[in-house]
Design a protein around this ligand. Structure first.
Ligand code: SAH
Length: 403
């Protein structure tokens, strides 16, 4: 069935440029008027002030982003074939990455950057985990679950729409099994040949931080790990720790504010057959406080991994977030032995790579240490960034050599 538009959004004069350049968001501030009272989630035509047709979008009057574009082609019917083709194009992109058979968990659909605003789909073995981030997608999710069932024949589909951004769309947080069977409590997936257990119903995000896969492989090489004392801050379920152990780290100190997650990290190391090294530790602690204690006691490490949660949730948070990043990083630099390495990350989309680099520069000055960028890192290729939508570049990292 082809969905028809039930109204239109007319933009203010001069505000059509981003749309012409295929940016998929229509901000409330750019809207002159909404014509014919479209309902929440309905399709709308987007028009320039002079009446030119620009795009077809779905509509949410409650959101700061009332329109998200589905198509820039006036002749494109929005029907099941449309959704199917968008999904299949996204799947083909992942096939082209040739992640298997060493990797069995990866992002299949990365929302706006795959032409499917508000929809995230991650594959974990034969299960799919879906996040519906917007009202437009939430309204259409049963159809999408059916399509995903037909196209991928998963063992089950789990919805993990228990994310804060849904509040900005006027939606509640939801999670549950939506099609097929429930996943086991812990599913064991492969990542670059390493085994990881994930809880698809309760883990962070959709279970694991899949976006760090390539960075774990880079940082987890023997040249940064073999024979090294490693400090793995914000360890979660031991993503970086498993790579560090495989690459011959001499000791790994894992730090997280959750004891349960640390237990899972330890379990993941065992699962990969890594014996406990005498210096291994699992510290249920606040990373900020622990770094200060180590500074006071003069403790140092050869390789430090710093992968904190998102600090900046809105524009007003950016300054405070940068202070947080600077605090962690100047301490971490002080704790790095001369010639050692610091892999440092920010997953705050609002903190650009440029800004993050400036923060690191300030941190190095304060720490009294010289540091060099060996590698700049981003999100793994299964989390692509549409050139027309730079907002989807949220993860950035630097692998530094600290002198
Ligand atoms: N590096 C991990 C992902 C880290 S996610 C991986 O590759 O899988 C961020 C982690 O930081 C979460 O596990 C969270 O429990 C932990 N965390 C949040 N605030 C913290 C704090 N102040 N101190 C220590 N850990 C914290």
């Amino acid at each position: 069935m082809t969905e028809q538009t039930t109204g239109s959004i007319v933009l203010k004069k001069g505000r059509e440029k981003p749309l012409v350049n295929r940016h998929p968001w229509i901000f409330s501030g750019a809207i002159q008027r909404v014509v014919s009272r479209p309902g929440p989630g309905d399709l709308v035509d987007v028009q320039a002030a002079n009446g030119d047709w620009l795009a077809c979008a779905y509509y949410n009057p409650q959101s700061q982003i009332p329109g998200r574009v589905l198509s820039w082609n006036a002749d494109q019917p929005i029907d099941e074939t449309f959704w199917q083709q968008r999904l299949q194009t996204a799947f083909a992109g992942r096939d082209a990455l040739q992640l298997g058979p060493q990797t069995s968990a990866y992002r299949l659909v990365n929302a706006e950057s795959d032409g499917l605003p508000g929809l995230v789909v991650d594959q974990y073995n034969d299960f799919l985990v879906v996040q519906c981030l917007t009202l437009g997608i939430d309204r259409r999710k049963e159809m999408l679950f059916d399509l995903l069932t037909t196209l991928r024949t998963p063992a089950g589909i789990i919805e993990r729409s228990d994310v804060e951004v849904r509040h900005k769309e006027g939606l509640p947080e939801l999670a549950g099994v939506r099609r097929g069977q429930a996943p086991p409590n812990r599913i064991t997936i492969l990542e670059n040949g390493h085994r990881f257990q994930a809880s698809l119903l309760e883990g962070h995000k959709t279970g694991l931080y899949l976006d760090q896969r390539e960075n774990r492989a880079l940082v987890g090489q023997p040249r940064f790990m073999a024979g090294r004392e490693v400090l793995n801050l914000f360890a979660y379920t031991g993503g970086f720790a498993v790579y560090a152990a495989a690459a011959g780290a001499s000791a790994i100190v894992n730090v997280d504010s959750s004891a349960d997650l640390l237990a899972q990290a330890q379990h993941n190391l065992v699962l990969n057959g890594h014996n406990t090294r005498p210096g291994d530790e699992y510290l249920n602690a606040d990373a900020f406080q622990l770094l200060r204690r180590y500074r006071d006691s003069g403790r140092q490490f050869d390789t430090i991994i710093l992968d904190p949660p998102k600090f900046a949730h809105s524009k007003g948070d950016v300054e405070r977030a940068c202070r947080g990043y600077k605090d962690l990083n100047w301490l971490a630099m002080r704790l790095t032995r001369p010639g050692g390495h610091l892999a440092t990350f920010s997953c705050s989309g609002l903190v650009s790579a440029d800004l993050f680099q400036k923060v690191l520069f300030g941190a190095a000055i304060d720490a009294g240490r010289d540091a060099q960028i060996l590698y700049q890192m981003g999100q793994a290729a299964d989390h692509p960034i549409a050139l027309t939508f730079p907002e989807s570049a949220y993860l950035k990292g630097f692998l530094l050599r600290v002198l």
